[in-house]
Design a binder for this molecule. Structure first.
Ligand SMILES: NC(=O)c1ccc[n+]([C@@H]2O[C@H](COP(=O)([O-])OP(=O)(O)OC[C@H]3O[C@@H](n4cnc5c(N)ncnc54)[C@H](O)[C@@H]3O)[C@@H](O)[C@H]2O)c1
Length: 387
């Protein structure tokens, strides 16, 4: 009989919701090697936590993550909290023999990420960073095509991750805008994803030259109070310092000689969660737009000259033709954002049963963090930095 893996998850907001959905759906759609029990959800505020427990479908709730990582009822710890708590929770979980799935960026620094990797390796637990975009079927297909040589020698990796949620100067100073909680701004938050895809699709970075910038240096500490008719004007709101970048860009060289060009910004009005990737090689090119994530565009230079052009591959073919999608719907019945987490968690569960590494591991998290730090160092010094 298949064993049961009991999950404890810390954090219940954006990623907590996405992960809860994935823990629930993975066993329903994927042939998993274990049953999954959504055992305990952890947060700090009792009332909100209880509401989340009931809505997201967890059996128990606890308000202290120490209790969760030490509990004999838990086999897997899922970390969906802000970046400053990843290391402490992951290290304690690993020391208690729990497999660990941790949100990205893995840590606040390379040093912290290395400590997390060391703890996971020492305890021989399975460890994974939730760079879920790797498991968009179009991205998995892109990797397969590049691996098979469909693009030939890779010349360029160009990626842009653009959002616009903090263009308004009145947007309050959330944890994502404070270095001590987040490590960095758009850089660690969203550049980390396209750095991960770069490493997944093209290879390791050799050196980088970066630029980071903060457009708005002070923000209100709290959200604007709702205006009530007949009330005097809003009292002056207390302001706090933004201590991270609003945008980060860098050029780079991969070890295999390809060139990289990456941009992450939260100041691109109209762009909500825009991830655009183009890879050019000696035999062809690939192009991807996350907002049209079921498609991968392929230019094949070996096609006859009179019918060349970007071909639109709808990556929804079941029967093992395209990765992951065979577990879902018939061809053309498209999938979305939440499926990327389900694919990630399905692979993670099977790896926990087999006791095998599952990428991206904490080692990938360390390598990712090295690229992020090298870019920051370059932005400070104005020089190229080796990764
Ligand atoms: N993979 C992705 O695409 C993706 C997308 C968004 C966020 N993230 C990452 O997920 C993590 C969480 O981001 P989010 O957007 O869900 O943040 P959020 O602010 O929406 O939620 C954070 C949650 O953590 C809880 N929390 C904070 N400190 C805690 C503590 N000490 N103990 C227990 N609970 C605590 C909060 O109560 C909240 O429930 C971050 O590392 C972020 O970078 C990843």
């Amino acid at each position: 009989m298949a064993r049961t893996l009991r999950v404890g998850m810390v954090g219940y907001r954006f990623m907590g919701k996405a992960h809860s959905n994935a823990w629930r759906q993975a066993p329903r759609f994927f042939p998993l090697k274990a049953h999954v029990e959504m055992q305990t959800i952890c947060g700090r505020t009792t009332a909100a936590l209880q509401a989340a427990r009931s809505q997201l479908g967890w059996q128990r709730a606890c308000t202290d993550w120490h209790e969760l990582v030490e509990s004999p009822l838990i086999d897997i710890v899922d970390i969906s909290t802000p970046n400053d708590s990843h290391a402490e929770i992951a290290i304690a979980a690993a020391q208690n023999g729990k497999h660990v799935l941790c949100e990205k960026p893995l840590a606040l620094s390379v040093k912290q990420a290395q400590a997390m990797l060391a703890a996971a390796q020492k305890s021989k637990v399975v460890h994974m960073v939730c760079h879920n975009y790797r498991r968009i079927p179009a991205m998995s297909l892109a990797r397969k095509m590049i691996g098979e040589g469909a693009l030939g020698r890779i010349y360029h990796y160009r990626a842009r991750y653009a959002q616009d949620w903090i263009v308004d100067p009145d947007f309050p100073l959330s944890w994502r805008l404070q270095k001590n909680h987040s490590g960095s701004g758009a850089h660690g938050d969203i550049n980390s994803h396209i750095v991960d895809l770069a490493r997944y699709l093209v290879g390791e970075f050799k050196e980088v030259s970066g630029l980071t910038h903060t457009f708005i240096h002070e923000r209100p500490l709290s959200a604007a109070p709702v205006k009530t008719q007949g009330q005097p004007g809003n009292p002056a709101r207390k302001m706090g310092k933004v201590t991270v970048d609003d945008a980060a860009m860098f050029l780079g060289r991969f070890e295999n000689g390809a060139l990289a060009n990456l941009e992450a910004t939260r100041f691109a009005l109209g762009r909500k969660n825009h991830i655009e990737i183009e890879i050019n090689g000696s035999k062809g090119s690939l192009s991807f737009d996350f907002e049209d994530m079921n498609r991968l565009k392929f230019f094949d230079n070996t096609n006859p000259a009179d019918r060349q052009g970007f071909r639109d591959i709808l990556v929804t073919q079941p029967g093992g033709v395209h990765p992951y999608v065979g577990q879902w719907w018939p061809p053309g019945h498209i999938i979305g954002y939440e499926h990327t987490f389900i694919h990630t968690i399905a692979d993670f569960i099977n790896a926990c049963v087999e006791g095998k590494p599952v990428e991206p591991t904490f080692e990938d998290g360390v390598k990712n963090q090295r690229v992020l730090e090298a870019v920051e160092e370059s932005a400070r010094s104005g020089k190229w930095v080796k990764v």
